[in-house]
Write a protein that binds this ligand. Structure first.
Ligand code: PAF
Length: 304
């Protein structure tokens, strides 16, 4: 069993899970360890909320956890950097890992439990995605620029739901396409979990909170606020332009910044179909990806 520096008073009981007595937050690394926890909750008639993360936690994750704590008797957070959703090995390697800080934050915020499985625990020796029909929700935007990404997300979230068995699960709308895909996965596999999309936590500048911000300099954090400013600008001006003209306008604005725009797209809020004509869609989101200091950042908001 791996040890983490903040564990001051570990005791292992039932041979099944580790409880940090002083802090009362349980940390599980094995799927089998979840059984006792689930039985205990069930016997008390307690509900379980779940927040899936890849660690490097920030205020956005804590917002999800707080919402879960408000709406459920117990809340579990997973920390698992899922290899199958990275289409770029360098991105996976560079993904920030801050286990001790994460556990301290979760304990402080009042998480009931943390699930930190190894890659082998989730995938065995076959580290690859399942083929799940994502009904086109994965076409375009992140699906286009990160081939295979959403199959990896769908696979891991399905497995986490099956192992953890939460009644409610909370995902940040910063990954809006992901939220729709996770809702779809829960639906098609009849998983008895309500998937809730939660508003993006932002800094005052409008920059979305993200684990990737840990890799930005102070100047980078300032420069990256253009992403939110441009989404707002698009929202204020879209009626004067066609979708493709509006994309060009925003792309021109980015050329005057230090960021490199990867894509700006307008997509139907429900189907994620690319919008070619405003009149054909009742509700549209603007979605973007851009590189700042070599760090890939994504964001989205409602256009109308
Ligand atoms: O949004 C994330 O951090 C990941 O995609 C998730 C949902 C934890 C799955 O690995």
């Amino acid at each position: 069993m791996q040890k983490y520096s903040f564990f001051v008073n570990n005791s292992i009981y039932n041979n099944s899970f580790t409880r940090c007595n002083a802090l009362k937050m349980q940390v599980f690394q094995r799927i089998t360890e979840l059984t006792g926890f689930q039985q205990e909750l069930r016997s008390k008639g307690h509900s379980l909320g779940f927040v899936a993360t890849m660690g490097a936690l920030h205020e956005g994750h804590l917002t999800l956890l707080r919402r879960s704590l408000e709406e459920n008797d117990a809340s579990i957070v997973s920390i698992f950097v899922n290899p199958t959703q990275f289409n770029n090995s360098e991105d996976l390697e560079k993904y920030p890992r801050r286990t001790d800080e994460d556990l301290a934050l979760l304990r402080e915020a009042g998480a009931t439990a943390v699930f930190m499985p190894s890659v082998e625990e989730i995938y065995g020796s076959d580290v690859k995605s399942e083929e799940i029909d994502l009904i086109g929700l994965d076409i375009g935007m992140e699906g286009e620029f990160r081939p295979g990404h959403f199959q990896g997300v769908a696979t891991v979230v399905k497995r986490l739901f099956e192992f953890i068995k939460p009644q409610k699960a909370y995902f940040g709308n910063k990954d809006y396409q992901q939220v729709l895909i996770v809702q779809h996965v829960a639906r098609i596999f009849n998983l008895p979990v309500e998937v809730i999309g939660v508003s993006t936590a932002r800094y005052e500048s409008g920059l979305a909170m993200s684990s990737r911000n840990y890799r930005l300099s102070e100047q980078g954090m300032k420069d990256a606020a253009i992403i939110y400013r441009e989404m707002k600008w698009a929202g204020e001006h879209y009626q004067k332009f066609s979708p493709s003209e509006l994309k060009n306008e925003v792309a021109e604005h980015f050329k005057q910044s230090s960021l490199e725009l990867e894509y700006i797209e307008f997509a139907d809020s429900q189907s994620m179909k690319i919008v070619e004509n405003w009149l054909e869609h009742q509700s549209v989101r603007v979605l973007m990806a851009a590189y700042c200091e070599g760090v890939r950042l994504i964001d989205n908001t409602s256009l109308y």
